[in-house]
Design a protein around this ligand. Structure first.
Ligand SMILES: Nc1nc2c([nH]c(=O)n2[C@@H]2O[C@H](COP(=O)(O)OP(=O)(O)OP(=O)(O)O)[C@@H](O)[C@H]2O)c(=O)[nH]1
Length: 134
C-alpha cells in the first residue's frame, strides 16, 4: 500500500533553436548527477502553475507567467513508499537568463540528445513525446 502521491511540476524550457534546458541534480540530493527538467514538489494547497513559477525563480532566477506554461504530458512512476506524479509543461517565454542557482550545471539540448543522457527513470518515457512536440 502506497503512503501517498508526490506531485511534482517540471518544465521543458524551449529556446528559439528548439533546444530544451536540463539541470544536473546537485550532489547532496537523491538521484545526484542526473539531468532533469527544472521544477520541484507542489506544496500542500499550492496550484501547480504557482509551484512551477516559484521553482523557476528559486532554481534558475527566471520569471514566467501561468499563461506561458502549456501542459504537455505527465509521468507516473513508483518511488518505493510513494508514487510520483510528474506534470510536465512546455514554456517558450520567460524573463531573465537561467542560472544554475540550485544545481550542479545547466545544458541546452535537443530532445533526441536526451536519449543519451542519464535522467531519472520517470523522465525517460517523456523524451519521445517531447521530440515529437517541439
Ligand atoms: N524537478 C524534477 N524532479 C524530478 C524529475 N524527474 C523525477 O523523477 N523527479 C523527481 O521528483 C522529485 C522532485 O523533488 P525535488 O527534490 O527536485 O523537489 P524540490 O525542488 O521541491 O526539493 P526540496 O524538497 O529539496 O525543496 C524528486 O523525487 C525527483 O527525483 C524532473 O525531471 N525534474
Amino acid at each position: 500500500m502506497l503512503n501517498s502521491t508526490l506531485t511534482v511540476v517540471a518544465v521543458a524550457l524551449v529556446d528559439s533553436q528548439g533546444r530544451v534546458l536540463l539541470q544536473k541534480r546537485s550532489a547532496h540530493r537523491a538521484m545526484a548527477g542526473l539531468w532533469e527538467f527544472p521544477g520541484g514538489k507542489v506544496e500542500a494547497g499550492e496550484r501547480p502553475e504557482v509551484a512551477l513559477i516559484r521553482e523557476l525563480k528559486e532554481e534558475l532566477g527566471i520569471d514566467t507567467d501561468a499563461a506561458c506554461l502549456a501542459p504537455a504530458t505527465f509521468a507516473s512512476a513508483d518511488l518505493g513508499e510513494r508514487h510520483l506524479l510528474l506534470l510536465l509543461y512546455v514554456c517558450r517565454k520567460w524573463r531573465g537568463t537561467p542560472e544554475p542557482l540550485d544545481c550542479d550545471g545547466l545544458q541546452w539540448v535537443r530532445p533526441h540528445q536526451m536519449f543519451a543522457l542519464d535522467m531519472p527513470p520517470a523522465d525517460k518515457p517523456l523524451i519521445g513525446l517531447l521530440d515529437a512536440l517541439i
